[in-house]
Write a protein that binds this ligand. Structure first.
Ligand code: NAD
Length: 499
């Protein structure tokens, strides 16, 4: 049994916590690895390493930091296949999908290599007699990232490249369900020349998270995961004086207007709803066809495509959709199909019990593609995040009622509209109460140089991830006002200086 340990000061750190848990291969239901679970002593070691490394790293010129990140980017491309294999083995997603998430992560590394430019700030000449003023963006210190299972490469890379480019040192607490990718990333950072202690990893569960949230030397916390935990992280972090950005769960709607290209909409839906087994925070989990005629045409075209989905292990190149992350999560998603039936939704396709069809992989955590029609806003399958390959169709008679449906949801991560009408598209983009919006784009994940983040129950805090928002989150602003007297004399002043 392989043991996955922490990474502190550019080397493996063997935990003495005595706590560990199995890491499963979701395709087979087998486990050959265990990940250690940190105790407070382990967390203190990681934060101490980061705190010790901070002053020297913060003093590196931004260009020098950028060059290390540039080398890291090259190493990521060199090792992209090996990284994707590890992701597939622990997460279950297909090789191509894993390559996709690494690419999106590399884009943030590329963005971070522009840090000398990104940290440039304002200068005002002669704001008063012989007085000039300028801003600096300075690093915070030790910052922490706590990440979910569904993007073991991309989500950590939303955080640490910008954090360390800004001169901070970093402690990552990756998901305990697929921890190996982060260890490969740490090794590549070391190969790129990152000094000891700038990037550290502690594996673990709530014990590790709580120790990080309350540690006096931790200045800021970035979190991505489910909404109840995001809220907990935000509140606990704030109570302990940290800067916090905490991204939570989602329920993403796609409105299909009567003028939309229906075949294009169906093709978009199949990938956006069932890709990565629906375990994406930007997955479309609710389709909102406007008018019954559009709904009937949609279901007619969608049903055979969902039935034809090639479900299997990532090792089979033909696979389009892999297993879910754990048996427990598969059972939870399955229980939502029971709930939908009890609530009176029309079960068009039922994915329950699919693993029995998986010859040779009966112990894997598979679920078939599931499709519900006639779902209403009173139902739990609409209100709650399911996070699996389950698409609900909510029929609406017109555009206004479709928009009202989206706007009344507790989550507001992503949404999309499919239409050929420019006025409708513009109205939608301006008035929808959601953080990331697509027009004929089903999964509108912003590029690295824009920022990723939802509204309402999908994000707690003031900053989204990466792009300029990332730079703002990982720096604090200082404003310097200077005066050179050039022979001028000034009498004592007892009123507030005005220039
Ligand atoms: P999760 O909330 O269970 O876990 C996320 C992290 O929190 C993990 O590192 C985990 O160890 C830690 N954690 C879990 N329980 C904890 C507790 N009680 N106290 C302290 N820490 C705890 O999420 P997950 O199942 O790994 O990931 C799926 C969820 O993440 C979904 O809800 C999905 O929508 C969300 N997600 C959101 C985004 C986004 O950008 N908004 C992106 C990816 C995933």
């Amino acid at each position: 049994m392989t043991k996955i340990n922490h990474w502190i000061n550019n080397q493996i750190f063997t935990s003495q916590s005595g706590r560990a848990q199995d890491v499963w291969d979701p395709a087979t239901g087998q486990s050959e690895k265990q990940v250690v679970l940190a105790d407070e002593t382990d967390v203190n070691k990681a934060v101490e390493a980061a705190q010790t490394a901070f002053p020297a790293w913060a003093n590196f010129s931004p260009l020098k930091r950028a060059r290390i990140l540039d080398k890291f980017k090259t190493l990521l491309w060199d090792n992209v296949d090996a990284l994707a294999k590890v992701i597939s083995a622990e997460h279950g997603k297909t090789h191509d999908d894993a390559l996709g998430e690494i690419t999106r992560g590399i884009e943030v590394v590329e963005f971070s290599t522009a840090i000398p430019h990104l940290l440039k700030s304002d200068y005002s000449d002669q704001v008063g007699t012989n007085v000039d003023s300028y801003n600096m963006r300075q690093s915070l210190g030790v910052v922490v990232g706590i990440t979910p299972f569904n993007f073991p490469a991309m989500v950590p890379m939303w955080m640490f490249p910008i954090a360390i480019a800004c001169g901070n040192t970093f402690v990552l607490k990756p998901s305990e369900r697929d921890p190996s990718t982060s260890m490969m990333i740490a090794d590549l950072l070391k190969q790129a020349g990152l000094p000891d202690g700038v990037f550290n990893i502690v594996h673990g569960d709530k014990v590790a998270v709580d120790a990080l949230l309350t540690h006096p030397d931790v200045q800021a916390v970035s979190f991505v995961g489910s909404t109840p935990i995001a809220k907990y992280i935000y509140e606990t972090g704030m109570q302990n004086g940290k800067r916090v950005q905490a991204l939570g769960g989602a329920k993403n709607h796609m409105i299909i207007m009567p003028d939309a290209d229906i075949d294009m909409a169906v093709n978009a839906l199949i990938g956006a709803s069932y890709g990565s087994a629906g375990e994406r925070c930007m997955a479309i989990s609710v389709a909102v066809p406007v008018t019954d005629a559009v709904a009937d045409a949609l279901i007619e075209r969608l049903k055979p495509k969902v039935e034809a989905l090639k479900i299997g292990p990532a090792s089979d190149k033909a696979t389009e959709m892999g297993p879910l992350i754990t048996a427990q999560h598969r059972d939870k998603v399955s229980s939502y199909i029971d709930i939908g039936e009890q609530e009176g939704a029309t079960l068009v396709l039922d994915g329950r019990g699919f693993q029995q069809k998986m010859q040779g992989y009966e112990n894997g955590y598979y679920l078939g593609g599931t499709l519900f029609d006639n779902v209403t806003e009173e139902m739990r399958i609409w209100k709650e995040e399911i996070f699996g390959p389950v698409l609900s169709v909510v029929r609406k008679p017109d555009y206004q009622s479709a928009v009202k449906l989206v706007n009344q949801h507790q989550y507001a991560n992503g949404t999309a509209i499919f239409t050929r009408d420019g006025d409708t598209a513009r109205n939608f983009a301006r008035h929808i109460q959601v953080g990331m919006v697509g027009v004929n784009v089903p999964i509108p994940v912003p590029m690295a140089f824009h920022s990723f983040g939802g509204w309402k129950g999908s994000l707690f805090g003031d900053h989204a991830m990466h792009g300029n928002e990332g730079v703002r989150f990982y720096t604090k602003i200082k404003t310097v006002t200077t005066r050179w007297m050039s022979g001028l004399r000034e009498d004592p002043q007892f009123t507030l200086p005005t220039l």
